[in-house]
Design a protein around this ligand. Structure first.
Ligand code: G6Q
Length: 550
């Protein structure tokens, strides 16, 4: 560990950034653009088919210089090398972090515990390919001899958000005579609604769970099993209608799934970094193996860029550093992710897990309380819908909310003027946020002075615009890898473990304790706090009033 990392806020660059942020407090994007007419063309990076315009951030060349210096001093370069080398950078779980190996081409060598994992990855990919082709072609038959028409992925968290997001994002490329559903919530409504109109004889369940012990997924999987058996009657049918994606062969076999139909992955793939592992089986069935390989190629292209591009032209590094500046030096508490692409409707939800589960940490790698803010809150919705909803607060509220606008120059559904109108809106929003509308401008339009404060826009609100050519499988891979690595950059500078998730554990343990208290036939003696005790009693009492109708 370098000295700079040992004391991030004590480092001279951190201090210089603090002073710089204060002295540039009165700078307005209007002035920055007026002073430098080349700014828009200069503060941008184009690489791997992505155009990132970061000129509408409250930054100067000095800010960028200091941020790049911070990256160097924080040892970012050696952190990147350590990840790609397979070092156990997930220190609290003593694991390598090698999602980059999931998209490495044949012939590349990436070691985990001295073993080259690339051939293992490709063996699973080949198995997924054969299976996907057999489902897509109708060759794979259900127990009664009918081909599969419905695929239901059962999983939660990292075993759900990536698959749903990718399916929605790449729906344009999907085999349209197959229906895809995703069940995650332990709320029975989720599985009930997902299965109510399906024919069990034509339905394949993919039980996706790295551990194969997650309460929600196992509960849903058992319910799905019972639902399937109502129609199929014979337990032998399970092997034709259930496959598993897991690292736990023993539990998979115990469930009744033939381990020949289990698709494996490894402990060096974190749940939220697993959408391109076997967890992507539903994606591959939907879009086909060729498109899936293109998705992996997109990821890989961004991996190579991240690993090799100089920091000043490195997309994930710049995106990560700008996020740090907005968060730690301008005090922004959240980031809005605003895709102007309807197919990316689940992208903000996916990013929420990726960013917040990774960087929502309060201690450094060596367990010391951090002295600075870590991961901001990520949220968002597709444009233009959000414009008619929460953008008001971003434009005229009291909080600073940096925005990531994501757009594609070419539409997948070219209908009339729709796409020009869509893109005009995304450019207009970034422009309005940056430049606002002065009181003078408002008054010049004839607005009475009393209304001018309501109608003026302060502007100076930062945003990035990420522009790609078209939403293809490659483009999605690049976009996801861009954010994965930008999360890494931020975590490396904050010196936190971006790859564990202990915060998810406590609730799981407590829920396991309460379940029997809700189900006990006799009044249990409760030893929680008085609020929890009262809630449990109230629940039981309402349940009793309803009699046995659970
Ligand atoms: C992700 C987390 C978490 C995990 C789920 C599902 O990084 O670890 O979201 O993916 O809890 O876990 P299983 O795949 O083991 O069911």
């Amino acid at each position: 560990m370098t000295e700079a990392i040992a004391s991030l806020i004590g480092s001279s660059t951190w201090k210089a950034l603090e002073v710089h942020a204060v002295t540039s407090r009165n700078l307005h994007l209007r002035d920055l653009f007026a002073q430098d007419p080349t700014r828009g063309g200069r503060l941008k990076v184009e690489a791997a088919g992505i155009y990132l315009d970061y000129s509408k951030n409250r930054i100067t060349d000095e800010t960028v210089k200091l941020l790049l210096q911070l990256a160097e001093e924080s040892g970012l370069r050696s952190r990147i090398d350590a990840m790609f080398r397979g070092d156990k950078i997930n220190v609290t779980e003593k694991r390598s972090v090698l999602h980059v190996a999931l998209r490495a081409p044949v012939g590349e060598k990436i070691l985990a515990d001295g073993v080259d994992v690339v051939p293992l990855v490709h063996a699973v990919l080949d198995k997924m390919t054969a299976f996907s082709n057999s489902v897509r072609s109708g060759e794979w038959k259900g127990y009664t001899g009918k081909p599969i028409r419905n695929v239901v992925n059962i999983g939660i968290g990292g075993s759900d958000l990536g698959p749903v997001m990718a399916y929605e994002a790449l729906r344009h490329y999907s085999q349209r005579d197959l229906t895809f559903r995703f069940v995650s919530n332990v709320d029975g409504t989720d599985i009930a609604e997902a299965t109510r109109d399906l024919d069990a004889e034509e339905t394949l369940f993919i039980v996706s769970s790295k551990t194969f012990t997650t309460l929600e997924t196992m509960t849903n999987a058992h319910t799905a099993r019972a639902w399937a058996l109502e129609t199929l009657k014979h337990t032998a049918a399970i092997a034709r209608h259930f496959v598993a994606v897991s690292t736990n062969a023993e539990a998979v076999a115990k469930f009744g799934i033939d381990t020949a139909n289990m698709f494996g992955f490894w402990d060096w793939v974190g749940g939220r970094y697993s959408m391109d592992s076997a967890i992507g089986l539903s994606t591959m069935i939907a879009i086909g193996p060729d498109n899936y390989r293109k998705l992996l190629d997109g990821f890989h292209e961004m991996d190579v860029h991240f690993r090799t591009a100089p920091f000043e032209r490195n997309l994930p590094v710049l995106l990560g550093l700008l996020a740090i500046y907005n968060n730690n030096f301008l005090g922004a508490q959240s980031v809005a992710v605003l895709p102007y692409e309807q197919y990316l409707k689940r992208f903000p939800a996916y990013l929420q897990q990726l960013t917040m589960e990774s960087n929502g940490k309060h201690v450094t790698l060596d367990g010391k309380e951090v002295e600075y803010q870590t991961g901001p809150i990520y949220w968002g919705e597709p444009g233009t819908n959000g414009q008619h909803s929460f953008y008001q607060l971003i434009h005229q509220g009291t909080r600073l909310i940096p925005c990531d606008f994501i757009a594609f120059a070419k539409p997948l559904n070219a209908i009339g003027r729709h796409h020009d109108i869509l893109l005009a809106n995304v450019f207009a929003q970034a422009e309005a946020l940056a430049f606002g509308k002065t009181t003078q401008q408002v008054e010049a339009e004839g607005t009475p002075a009393s209304l001018a404060p309501h109608r003026m826009f302060e502007g100076n609100r930062p945003s990035n615009t990420i522009l790609l050519e078209r939403l293809t499988p490659e483009a999605l891979g690049k976009l996801v890898a861009l954010y994965e690595h930008s999360v890494f950059v931020q975590g490396a500078i904050w010196n936190i473990d971006s790859f564990d998730q202990w915060g998810v554990e406590l609730g799981k343990v407590l829920a396991q304790r309460i379940v029997p208290e809700l189900e006990a036939p006799k009044e249990p003696s409760l030893t929680h706090d008085s609020s929890t005790n009262a809630l449990i009693k109230q629940y039981r009492s309402i349940q009793r009033q309803r009699g046995s109708a659970k």
